[in-house]
Design a protein around this ligand. Structure first.
Ligand SMILES: [Zn+2]
Length: 341
């Protein structure tokens, strides 16, 4: 799918008015070529805009969405994924804009069970999105698989109460983040370049797929941190329902059964589902805590700190930001680095 990162689209447009569209145009063509090899669809993606955070102006924000939409309409994508919205108001504007082009919409918020950044509950968010015209609703990014499934379950509960129906979707992080606050993993000290110790195992991906299916979710995927082997695990877990295994299964024996050929007998003893399903993996990092302390700056749309920047953050601004970011975590260096003194 042409998931050319839409968060980057905005940045790219700032630096080169055409670059974001050119990248998405190339992505659409590659995606269609690959989709044609199998029975697959192509989706375009539009996401949150700095325009919303800065202005909260409906018409200006919709104009940004139309800019993003043009390339997808020109390429005749099968449907649009409106994803990564922290504010349901902006997501609703996105769905309304996509509907102008008469294409199906999958609308995803990047929220947890506490709801969006304005305190709208997941259930109410889902109702607003479906009423705006979304055929599929759910969440992507920001939270781990168990948290994201719980959020979609709450969305379903809200839809049921309102007597509405929609297909459900989930594309969580491929990281375990039980300690992140309302704003998700971007508040964790490890975001974005030190998250690897939190990566889910392929066995976690099996469990995620089954749990998501059991709450009624039928569009099951992954966001940041997900690797091809995780997606293969999702497809393999749901092979009984789908009626076939993914082609990637030819490359390995499921549930570690290829280990029956291992030279070491204690490793051969691991060649079965029970072993991997019940594994409690260690981090191998004796000075790491199991959980971190999220930043929790608590700024949201309209806040001065979220105003859009067209230039790099200055040294003076960096000093102020670092001072404010005095994370109370023994593993994080709190002093202002010398380069900024
Ligand atoms: Zn993501």
């Amino acid at each position: 799918m042409p998931m050319a990162e839409e968060t980057s689209f905005q940045d790219l447009q700032i630096h080169d008015n055409q670059l974001g569209s050119k990248i998405n145009d190339a992505a659409c063509k590659i995606a269609r070529e690959v989709a044609n090899e199998g029975d697959a669809m192509v989706a375009g993606g539009i996401c949150q805009t700095p325009t919303y955070l800065t202005t909260m102006d409906k018409e200006k924000t919709k104009a940004e969405f139309r800019k993003q939409m043009k390339v997808f309409v020109d390429n005749g994508v099968d449907f649009i994924i409106a994803e990564y919205y922290e504010h349901v108001e902006e997501a609703v504007w996105a769905v309304e804009t996509i509907k102008e082009y008469n294409v199906p919409v999958a609308a995803n918020l990047c929220i947890g069970p506490e709801g969006d950044m304005h305190g709208v509950s997941p259930g109410d968010c889902a109702v607003k999105l479906v009423n705006a015209g979304a055929e599929i609703v759910g969440v992507n990014c920001h939270f781990d698989p168990p948290t994201s499934i719980e959020t979609v379950r709450l969305m379903k509960e809200g839809l049921d109460k309102a007597g509405l129906k929609a297909h459900l979707m989930v594309q969580p992080l491929g990281f375990m983040t039980p300690d992140c606050g309302k704003q998700g993993f971007i508040d964790l000290p490890e975001f974005p370049f030190g998250l690897e110790p939190r990566i889910i195992t392929r066995w976690d991906a099996h469990k995620f797929a089954r749990d998501a299916y059991n709450v009624g979710i039928r569009y099951i995927g992954g966001c940041c941190g997900f690797e091809p082997y995780h997606i293969r695990a999702v497809a393999e877990e749901l092979a009984p329902e789908r009626g076939y295994h993914p082609t990637g299964s030819e490359k390995h024996d499921p549930w570690g059964q290829g280990l029956r050929l291992h030279t070491k007998p204690w490793v051969r003893a691991r060649a079965h589902r029970d072993y991997w399903e019940n594994l409690k993996p260690s981090s191998g990092r004796p000075f790491s805590a199991a959980l971190s302390t999220p930043c929790n700056w608590g700024v949201t749309a309209g806040d001065e700190l979220l105003q859009q920047h067209k230039s790099e953050t200055s040294v003076e601004e960096m000093k102020n930001l670092i001072k404010r970011n005095q994370v109370k975590d023994s593993n994080v260096v709190n002093d202002t680095p010398e380069v900024f003194n």
